[in-house]
Ligand binder design. Structure first.
Ligand SMILES: NC(=O)c1ccc[n+]([C@@H]2O[C@H](COP(=O)([O-])OP(=O)(O)OC[C@H]3O[C@@H](n4cnc5c(N)ncnc54)[C@H](O)[C@@H]3O)[C@@H](O)[C@H]2O)c1
Length: 222
């Protein structure tokens, strides 16, 4: 990749897309080279020739087609959109890399890691995830990923409860119950800026992944 990575944003007019555009604009080693969104009248196909990496924060019903279009064009893709089946990406012919994270907040990655660790010692647990009321998918990708990591330790499923209310951004509690004690591990994204260090890290690393698709920000942290 050249010194300045040319970044396109799919879903650029959305809540996350706008934050990603601002973060890319503020990074010296990245250049915002395309903004795709039906709300802006620009399609992904139009921006693909001008970019090295696409960041996708769109909708569950369009993220897969977007990612396949990126890879077919030889453009790396960083996917934040949740709630879609990623299996077709594993089978796709690979001309570029795919990185997917159900949660780009570093604190959320740590919350998942600590929950997996705690599940080894406290087998009874439930997850409560709370998000803003515009979120299209439930349970959240983060909750599903947390449950799957915990289930590797427990061998049984972990119940997930979803709350959708105005005023919330993205929050999750993992509550463990033991004999006469509980343990609560909680993470709060208080603003969408919480996701930006992780998104920029993925943009910088997606061209050089050990495997593709690679899922989870934990693989890019030291
Ligand atoms: N991985 C994470 O850390 C993380 C964090 C927050 C949100 N999310 C996920 O990101 C996604 C977007 O969330 P949001 O709150 O920004 O939603 P949003 O509704 O505010 O924005 C989505 C945008 O995508 C646009 N869009 C729809 N179809 C498109 C297409 N084919 N090409 C380009 N753009 C298209 C829409 O017009 C809209 O502007 C959701 O799936 C959400 O769950 C992930």
């Amino acid at each position: 990749m050249s010194a300045q990575v040319r970044v396109g944003v799919a879903g650029a007019a959305g809540k996350m897309g706008q934050a990603v555009c601002a973060a890319v604009d503020g990074a010296d080693d990245l250049v915002l080279a395309g903004r795709a969104d039906p709300a802006l009248g620009t399609t992904l196909a139009e921006i693909l020739p001008a970019v090295d990496v696409v960041v996708d924060f769109t909708r569950p019903d369009t993220a897969l087609a977007n990612a396949l279009a990126c890879v077919a064009a030889g453009v790396h893709v960083v996917i934040g959109t949740t709630g879609f089946d990623i299996e077709p990406l594993r089978a796709a012919e690979r001309r570029a890399n795919v990185f997917i994270a159900p949660n780009f907040a570093i604190g959320a990655v740590l919350m998942m890691r600590f929950a997996q660790e705690a599940a080894r010692h406290l087998p009874k647990a439930e997850i409560i995830e709370l998000h803003h009321d515009q979120k299209l998918d439930a349970p959240s990708g983060t909750a599903a990923r947390t449950a799957s990591l915990m289930e590797q330790e427990l061998g049984h499923s972990v119940p997930i409860h979803s709350v959708r209310l105005p005023g919330l951004v993205a929050h999750q509690e993992v509550i463990f119950g033991g004999q006469g004690e509980t343990l609560t591990i909680r993470h709060d994204s208080l603003s969408r800026e919480s996701f930006m260090p992780g998104v920029l890290l993925a943009v910088r690393r997606v061209g050089d992944l050990p495997e593709s698709p690679l899922i989870g920000l934990e693989h890019l942290l030291g």
